[in-house]
Design a protein around this ligand. Sequence first.
Ligand code: NDP
Length: 240
Amino acid sequence: MGRVAIVTGGTRGIGRAISVGLKNAGYKVVANYFGNVDAARQFSEETGITSMRWDVGVYAECEAAVAKIAAEQGPVEVVVNNAGITRDAVLHRMSPGMWEEVLQTNLTSCFNMARLTIESMRERGFGRIINIGSVNGQAGQYGQVNYAAAKSGIHGFTKALAQEGAAKGVTVNAIAPGYVDTEMVRAVPPAVLEKIIARIPVGRLGRAEDIARCVLFLVADDADFITGSTLSVNGGQHMY
Ligand code: NDP
């Protein structure tokens, strides 16, 4: 019987590739989404993967969803915190709302989902939590103080929680993608995108599948010695 895996923001973009990769590897996957009902319906029809709507930034909604999934599918053993948004502006034009929304969806969501699943993981002696960070959380990015702060926060969250879970078989790792060809990146003006690609030594944007393969590597049962790490997947754009 496959392990139960939740992928937040799992119906589009990088999350979709992660959901499909996990399903193909034998996991029982529930893919979360929030606003785009049509994309989720199409995703479920095409892949046969259950999709479920809730706001990852709201604790009570996460709580209800995790309880439902555990009751219907079994205890949650894998969580991929992938849902994320951008609300870009230079700081002197950024509203408090733009700051709060990005922190809530990208960072508080990791607390919500980990908090609600970690007790059961600890009791069972097995758990895998993967948090999707960003090269922009590692290096910073003009116009993204909110996003860079949230993603940078994910990297600290990962290292702290990894220490807490280590003795109980719960590993916690982050993946820091570079620029990946999804709707989030397609929203970047073409002239800016051209400049970004010119700075990627591999010479192309990442593919969602490039990230999904790293998730599969990190969630494997025999990846139990890898915890607290950040896997950078950025075509050589940023190394440190
Ligand atoms: P997309 O915009 O393509 O997809 C985002 C997903 O997150 C969607 O499924 C969306 O749901 C979901 N989502 C957004 N807000 C919420 C919410 N409040 N509650 C639940 N789900 C929500 O993003 P990408 O695939 O490009 O990005 C995935 C992750 O990778 C993000 O964390 C992003 O920050 C990170 N990343 C992306 C990079 C890139 O170049 N694309 C680079 C580095 C990191 P819905 O479909 O309903 O809108």
